[in-house]
Design a protein around this ligand. Structure first.
Ligand code: UD2
Ligand code: MN
Length: 600
């Protein structure tokens, strides 16, 4: 064994172990956080035959680096008219439209949730303009020994527009080295639109390495990806949504990282393709600032900038960014590791939560998740899903409950407190059988969720597992509930709304620190003001160890009189109340039922 103490950054060692004929083994860290303090990795010598192979320049594994020639794409991108619509990733400019065109645009928008009218007028082969990645991305070389793995790109779709689907396919063919791209597998999740039936097979036949699989019955993206994965012949699976465009050089850095760390799941950095004009907006990479994935306590995925200490540790932009969660649509993984680590939960349906499930599972079961900055792939983000889901059950909540039950231990309560529908599904056990998933967890000796919070997502605020009081905070006089409101400029307003009893926007808890806290994605606390200024929510001052709640955020809830007053001495005797629809602080009067509140 060789024990290596790495002081420079959590992965800086892995670059040169191959030159010393070492193979990476157990990796760990000493200290609070795996991305700071001390890191070590055990290395073993390569078995003699592997070393011989690595050093001899064997034909199967030649020494040196891949040349540009060897990494030629599957199909060379045809010459493009630089003035063409959307060329070089520029926005599509809409001129004055005829009534028929206007109708077409409107229909495209409501069918897809993005501007299909624009997409239909942009070339399938458009280039994405100049390389704005940091120079080290372009200078990166890829070792031929061990060689980069072959890849099956898997694209699942349900009623995708022809032009976005075809542009996704061509962008893969134009940017992925032919030696690495084994095939593109399209999986149709029971689309109903005619263009996605026989014409699709006919069209892609000429592209040779593009195959179509059909899921006859609509089951959702999880089952569709699993079908694609089963059929895939490549060593690596690279999943893409059906409205993506790959930037030059996207694949090699993903594969190179997988070779170094075969138990990693790598995501490209995702560029935004604007849903209105199809502009390809490249991620800005400056000052080593990067975004990574997170989740909140209603289990939705979100983005955040990486912690400062990780930012300063970064040496250059070719280094991966460790991420607590992945967006889920765009990632690459060794097929073998995908199978080892439990593919997906095949009893999750339609859409949603599979990315959070995969994120927790991979981290807890000895893998890791990374974003590779030099790999850039664009995706059309839309504001709402154009797809319909069955009405009988909330499919997303059901998927979330499955993941909470399997992976979150006691912390699932934090989620259930905030999402009543999920709590009901959990209580009725109507989320289906999870025994297979629990067996998997057992078999792989996966860690507890607390390990994930303490080691991987250390920045996450963990709310009270058992808050003093929680639910919706109802005002007795008006029979309405505190609500942080959908339209919430600066996250500061708080309004009264009909009590809907679903949690989410109306979820508040009276914490062990006497805050009235709405902590779902942001950490918001009810914040007292001086009359007549309306009471609002502000970021909570209490953020865990070493901090205390602000005086304006420290409340006393008197259960007997149902009054809520401020603990703060000067404002003592001021109570939370409703007057003419406003939430304000006024002198306490136990007889006034506008000052009476209860958690329901
Ligand atoms: C995001 C992810 C997506 C998935 C989802 C959560 C990104 C950029 N996107 O979705 O991959 O993880 O969150 O579940 O990370 N589709 C089907 N059948 C369906 C619904 C969708 O095949 O019933 C296809 C759809 O055509 C698309 C993919 O699945 O190719 C993802 O769906 P989406 O694009 O509507 O969702 P998005 O991007 O919000
Ligand atoms: Mn998508």
């Amino acid at each position: 064994w060789v024990l290596l103490l790495d002081l420079g950054g959590w992965r800086s060692a892995s670059y040169w172990y191959q030159d010393l004929s070492l193979k990476p083994g157990y990796r760990g860290s000493v200290g609070r956080n795996y991305s700071s303090i001390w890191h070590f990795q055990m290395y073993t010598s390569m078995p003699p035959f592997e070393r011989a192979l690595a050093l001899s320049g064997d034909a199967r594994c030649p020494s040196g680096f891949y040349s540009m020639e060897e990494l030629r794409p599957h199909i060379e991108r045809p010459q493009e008219d630089p003035g063409g619509p959307g060329a070089d990733g520029k926005p599509f400019v809409t001129g004055i439209l005829t009534p028929a065109e206007l109708r077409e645009k409107q229909e495209g928008l409501s069918r897809n949730g993005f501007n299909q009218f624009a997409s239909d007028r942009i070339s399938f082969h458009r280039s994405l303009g100049v390389d704005t990645r940091p120079p080290e991305c372009n200078d990166q070389t890829f070792s031929r020994c061990p060689r980069l793995p072959t890849t099956s790109v898997i694209i699942v779709f349900h009623n995708e527009a022809w032009s976005t689907l075809l542009r996704t396919i061509f962008s893969v063919l134009h940017t992925s080295p032919a030696v690495l791209l084994k095939e593109i597998i399209l999986v149709d999740d029971a689309s109903t639109q005619d263009h996605l039936k026989v014409p699709l097979e006919q069209y892609v036949q000429s592209l040779e390495i593009v195959h179509v699989l059909r899921q006859r019955e609509r089951k959702g993206l999880i089952a569709a990806r699993l079908m694609g994965a089963r059929e895939a012949g490549g060593e690596v699976l690279a999943f893409l949504d059906s409205h993506c465009e790959c930037f030059y050089g996207w694949l090699e850095p993903l594969l190179a990282r997988l070779v170094q760390e075969p138990t990693t799941v790598v995501s490209p950095s995702i560029a935004v393709i604007n849903k209105n004009d199809l502009q390809f907006i490249k991620p800005v990479m400056s000052g080593r600032t990067h975004t990574r994935g997170n989740f909140d306590w209603i289990l939705s995925f979100g983005w955040e900038t990486i912690p400062e200490e990780e930012r300063v540790e970064r040496k250059d932009e070719t280094y991966p960014v460790r991420t607590p969660t992945i967006a889920g649509g765009l990632f690459a993984i060794y097929k073998q590791f995908f199978e080892h680590v439990g593919t997906y939960d095949d009893k999750m349906e339609f859409w949603g939560a599979e990315n959070i499930e995969m994120s927790f599972r991979v981290w807890l079961c000895e893998g890791s998740l990374e974003i590779i900055p030099c790999s850039v792939v664009g995706h059309i983000f839309r504001t709402k899903s154009p797809h319909s889901f069955p009405k009988s059950i909330d499919v997303i909540a059901r998927n979330q409950v499955r993941l909470a039950e399997v992976w979150m231990d006691d912390y699932k309560k934090i989620f259930y407190n905030r999402n009543k529908k999920a709590a009901a599904i959990a209580a009725e056990k109507s989320y289906g059988d999870i025994s297979e998933r629990l067996k998997l967890k057992e078999r792989l000796h996966c860690k507890n969720f607390s390990w994930y919070l303490e080691n991987i997502f250390t920045e996450a605020f963990v709310p009270d597992l058992n808050p003093v009081l929680f639910g919706s905070l109802k005002n007795i006089a008006t029979n309405t509930c505190l609500d942080i409101g959908e339209k919430n400029p600066g996250g500061k307003s708080v309004v009264l709304f009909i009590c809907h009893n679903m949690g989410i926007n109306q979820y508040f808890e009276y914490t062990s620190h006497q805050e009235l806290r709405h902590n779902i994605d942001k950490q918001l606390c009810l914040h007292a003001t001086i009359e007549p200024e309306p009471v609002r929510v502000e970021l909570c001052n209490f953020q865990g160890e070493g901090t205390v709640p602000a005086p304006q955020q420290t409340w006393s809830f008197i259960l007997v009189s149902q009054q809520i007053y401020l603990v703060h001495s000067v404002l003592f005797s001021k109570c939370l109340m409703v007057e003419y629809g406003n939430i304000i602080m006024k002198n306490c009067d136990p007889a006034n039922n506008s000052q009476h509140w209860s958690f329901i």
